[in-house]
Design a protein around this ligand. Structure first.
Ligand code: AMP
Length: 249
């Protein structure tokens, strides 16, 4: 049983992002980049399924620049058996990534594709759903528990006010929520071992996918700065300020 895990290289979640001065996007020059946290969870889950003897191969795939090799090596240090880099200098949109994953799924024939629920840079939350539609496979999004059984996967999903459990026939798409698992730390011996694992590079054209953007970013702006708070001496002043300055009562 084979599992495919798409992993995206994004600005590290600890970095305070800066908007480019021309408002065309976010500055990524000299910024720490890491694997999208939800993809780390997806990979951890696939590796745990392998360690439990239910999966035989875990393949990590990344779409982006040559630097994504680093992300794939981290993925292999977590436990992926091999990596595929789909190299492009275009900033890919979810539909393009979904088309690439569809082409790779046709080639690799995985039984399960586990994606992050969203990439923390574009916050699109679209790729998994689009991929399910393109493949015509069932999907379970926002998984907080994944159980593999004979020809099926049972997924518990966090929904408003509770948990929903769905059963899907394989092959299927699962997207991960934050509480699915806690990814392991990569150890030095595993980083060394990962260097020897196979990493293939292909281009979107080799897969017959056109990645040209379909969306135009009009502008990106920083969130408005919050003004400093003030201390009031008593309730009367507070009421006065709320009524006449903030005009909320
Ligand atoms: P998004 O729809 O952009 O929020 O991304 C959802 C998920 O799709 C991510 O968590 C990844 O698993 C996958 N994904 C999106 N973009 C890429 C990419 N460039 N390379 C690999 N996987 C990606």
């Amino acid at each position: 049983m084979k599992v495919l895990v798409p992993v995206k290289r994004v600005v590290d979640y600890n970095v305070k992002v800066r908007v480019k001065s021309d408002g065309s996007g976010v500055d990524t020059a000299n910024v720490k980049m890491s694997m999208n946290p939800f993809d780390e969870i997806a990979l951890e889950e696939a590796v745990r399924l392998k360690e439990a003897g239910e999966v035989t191969e875990v393949v990590a795939v990344s779409v982006g620049s040559a630097q994504c090799q680093e992300t794939l090596r981290t993925g292999m240090a977590i436990g992926a058996d091999r990596g595929i880099l789909v190299e492009t200098s275009v900033e890919t949109e979810p539909l393009a990534v979904a088309k690439i994953m569809k082409a790779l799924a046709d080639k690799e024939q995985p039984h399960l594709i586990i994606l992050g629920k969203q990439a923390i840079d574009d916050d699109a939350n679209q790729t998994g759903q689009m991929l399910a539609a393109l493949l015509g496979w069932p999907q379970a999004t926002f998984a907080s528990k994944v159980v593999l059984e004979e020809g099926k996967v049972t997924v518990t999903r966090e929904v408003d006010g509770g948990l929903e459990t769905v059963s899907l026939t394989l092959p299927a798409i699962v997207t991960t929520d934050l509480r699915l698992n806690e990814p392991r730390y990569v150890t030095l011996p595993n980083i060394m071992k990962a260097k020897k694992k196979p990493l293939a590079t292909v281009k979107p054209e080799d897969l017959g996918v056109d990645v040209s953007p379909r969306l135009k970013t009009l502008k990106v702006v920083e969130p408005a700065k919050r003004s400093a708070g003030v201390k009031v001496p008593d309730v009367a002043t507070l009421v006065q300020k709320l009524r006449f300055e903030a005009k909320v009562i």
